[in-house]
Ligand binder design. Structure first.
Ligand SMILES: NC(=O)c1ccc[n+]([C@@H]2O[C@H](COP(=O)([O-])OP(=O)(O)OC[C@H]3O[C@@H](n4cnc5c(N)ncnc54)[C@H](O)[C@@H]3O)[C@@H](O)[C@H]2O)c1
Ligand SMILES: O=P(O)(O)OC[C@H](O)CO
Length: 325
């Protein structure tokens, strides 16, 4: 199975490295000419994944047309850009594996739903889970959910991408796999705020547990399965992203918790913190589905400039409720 990768950020590059295992040829499309040059000449992505030696069988290109005639395309552009990139790529009926984590602004569609609109003839799969790109690219042990409704295709993709330190768990629940990845980015911002504001580890654990409760409410309302939400792409990724400053979303939250403005923090970034883009759309989608998401509401308030102390007080003064309600 010949693999092409759309997106030469940290995750697209790490996944190209996974797909190139054993010297298999992989085409990596990157938007930045410097990335193309550095991957081809130095076998390193100096802009987004500096310091990790890449397989020589990864060939980078800036020309989307070179992704024609591949057997599967991994789509790793940030969620808000997936529609535009797919419109320009030679997709046809080539299977697409969506690897971005987010919800599209305006449409409130998950990335797989966007891909289905942009490339209606292409079978859709989703790869998601607790995966810091630099660890995957270095070959550290990692496990992911590979979701696709078509059993033969998900088995083929899971086998093609699996390696000694990269375990793929197949699933038929595409919606559930996508919702975990999209929602955990918003919750990770909240956990970063707790860290930045010095609110302690009890508070962070409470946020992870109550955040998972709201991820589950929303996931079930959108048609995901509870087992997927408790799996790698849901709870697994939530725990990872809520516990390390290696997470861009968590780090953004740390800055907010220290009293810096979202505008200043986002203006400083060269890499993507998907939670900042997903939070407002998730609030709309939750309202539409009639789902209560208080942590998501708090993250939105902080991104819009509310003071940390006020937002925390508002969260803590909500009426007491049954834990399982
Ligand atoms: N980095 C990780 O550890 C990791 C792990 C799993 C999933 N993801 C997800 O993968 C997706 C990509 O993240 P990343 O970490 O590879 O990105 P990155 O932060 O390393 O790099 C930014 C990427 O955004 C692209 N970009 C910027 N503007 C664009 C535009 N107008 N059109 C198309 N592309 C544009 C850049 O070309 C680059 O590929 C995100 O949804 C992220 O949540 C990341
Ligand atoms: O750095 P983050 O916060 O975008 O998280 C990266 C991955 O999604 C972790 O699974």
């Amino acid at each position: 199975m010949r693999i092409g990768v759309i997106g030469g950020g940290a995750w697209g590059t790490a996944l190209a490295q996974v797909a190139a295992r054993g010297g298999q040829p992989v085409t990596l499309w990157a938007r930045e000419p410097d990335v193309v040059e550095s991957v081809n000449a130095a076998h390193e992505n100096r802009q987004f994944l500096a310091g990790v030696p890449l397989s020589e069988s990864i060939r980078a290109t800036g020309d989307l047309a070179e992704l024609a005639n591949h057997d599967a395309l991994l789509v790793v552009a940030p969620a808000q850009h997936v529609r535009a990139v797919l419109a320009a790529a030679p997709v046809g009926s080539t299977p697409l594996v969506l690897c971005a984590k987010g919800i599209e602004a305006g449409t409130r569609l998950l990335v797989g739903e966007v891909a289905h609109q942009a490339a209606p003839d292409a079978p859709i799969a989703v790869l998601s889970g607790p995966t810091f790109a630099h660890e995957v690219a270095r070959g550290l042990p990692t496990a992911v959910t590979l979701a696709c409704e078509d059993e033969a295709l998900r088995t083929a993709l899971a086998e093609r991408l699996a390696g000694p330190a990269f375990r793929t768990y197949a699933s038929a629940d595409v919606i559930g796999a996508e919702i975990g990845g999209a929602v955990k980015n918003v919750l990770a911002i909240a956990c970063g705020v707790v860290e930045g504001a010095g609110l302690g580890l009890n508070a962070r654990a409470a946020l992870i547990a109550r955040g998972f409760a709201e991820m589950t409410r929303f996931g079930l309302a959108r048609g995901g399965q509870a087992e997927t939400l408790t799996g790698l792409s849901g709870l697994g990724d939530l725990v990872l992203t809520c516990s390390s400053t290696n997470s861009r979303n968590f780090s953004l939250g740390v800055g907010l918790g220290q009293g810096r403005s979202a505008a200043a923090l986002l203006a400083d970034r060269k890499t993507v913190a998907e939670g900042a883009h997903t939070a407002p759309v998730l609030r709309e989608a939750a309202a539409e589905a009639g789902v209560d998401m208080p942590v998501t509401a708090a993250v939105n308030a902080l991104l819009e400039g509310a003071a940390v102390r006020e937002v925390i007080e508002a969260l803590l003064s909500r009426p007491l409720r049954e834990e399982l309600a």
